[in-house]
Design a protein around this ligand. Structure first.
Ligand code: 13P
Length: 281
């Protein structure tokens, strides 16, 4: 089927109290593995790329891969720009055919974030493409974006103002998660999430979910999280598969052989997350 937008998927998730997994894909094997997991679990899926991934192979290359996945799929697939960091890359993704776009102005002042995000929603909405904005800080390091230790939480009053003024369709919130590998066990702040939910009625997005225990994710879904992002754990799964294959077959030089093992590890991980996310239905 053709690619769909994140708005149609996430509004259904919001109405029916479940969440859709958003998985960062960095090569063809990751796209194929995420597709296989979505098919096996009969789950809608968001495949997304960050600016540094886009620099690696180009928007057109990832778009073609994800669009092909959608064409083969019997489940809805979204092609999303994750953490777009400029108006320019957002417009390039729009032109390339992405069906959902994030603009991340969370490092700017509130006024700067509102201005940047609104410029992107104004343009994307003309083309019928929904936009994800971010307010508050997701800690850790996401590609080129490194956040400091300042208060990470989204302020609920600012969230209401941000959504009203920018007309974003989805809002990524800071509730204590971080990108990358956690040092200890993360603890999401459900109280902050409840306060945001009370004043903002669009679907909310959880970033930095690799390493967050499923039980905490489930509590977040009950409080309005509809899109859940995973990147680091997919990288780890793919690389573990390749390493395992090469340690058992040190003379192999056929990329398809270690690719198959890498895909199988990614698929296993994604199947488990998808079952957890949709079983909240
Ligand atoms: P992780 O590093 O926890 O996988 O974060 C994923 C994410 O939020 C992508 O935007």
């Amino acid at each position: 089927m053709p690619l769909v937008t994140s708005k149609e998927l996430l509004q259904d998730a919001q109405r029916n109290h479940y969440a859709v997994g958003a998985f960062n894909v960095e090569n063809m094997e990751m796209v194929m593995a995420v597709l296989a997991a979505a098919e096996e679990t009969n789950s809608p899926v968001i495949m997304q790329t960050t600016p540094s991934t886009v620099r690696y192979a180009g928007l057109d290359f990832y778009y073609a891969n994800i669009k092909t996945a959608a064409k083969r799929a019997s489940v809805p697939v979204v092609c999303h720009l994750d953490h777009g960091n400029s108006f320019e890359i957002a417009m390039q993704a729009l032109r390339a055919g992405y069906t959902s776009i994030m603009i991340d102005g969370s490092k700017l002042s509130l006024a700067g974030n509102i201005a940047l995000t609104k410029s992107v929603t104004d343009a994307c909405h003309c083309a019928g493409v929904p936009v994800e904005g971010e307010l508050g800080k997701v800690g850790g390091k996401e590609d080129d974006l490194e956040n400091s230790d300042e208060n990470p939480y989204t302020d609920p009053d600012e969230a209401r103002e941000f959504v009203e003024k920018t007309q974003v369709d989805l809002l990524a919130v800071g509730i204590g998660t971080a990108h990358g590998v956690y040092k200890g066990v993360p603890k999401v702040n459900l109280e902050v999430l409840e306060k945001i939910r009370a004043v903002v009625d669009i679907p909310l997005v959880l970033h930095g979910t690799s390493g967050v225990p499923d039980e905490q994710v489930v509590e977040c879904i009950k409080r309005g999280i509809c899109k859940v992002n995973y990147a680091t754990d997919l990288r780890i799964a793919l690389t573990n598969g390749l390493k395992k294959h090469m340690s058992e077959n040190p003379d192999n030089f056929d990329p398809k052989k270690y690719g198959v093992q890498g895909m199988s590890e990614v698929k296993k991980y994604v199947v488990d997350r998808m079952l957890m996310l949709k079983n909240q239905k």
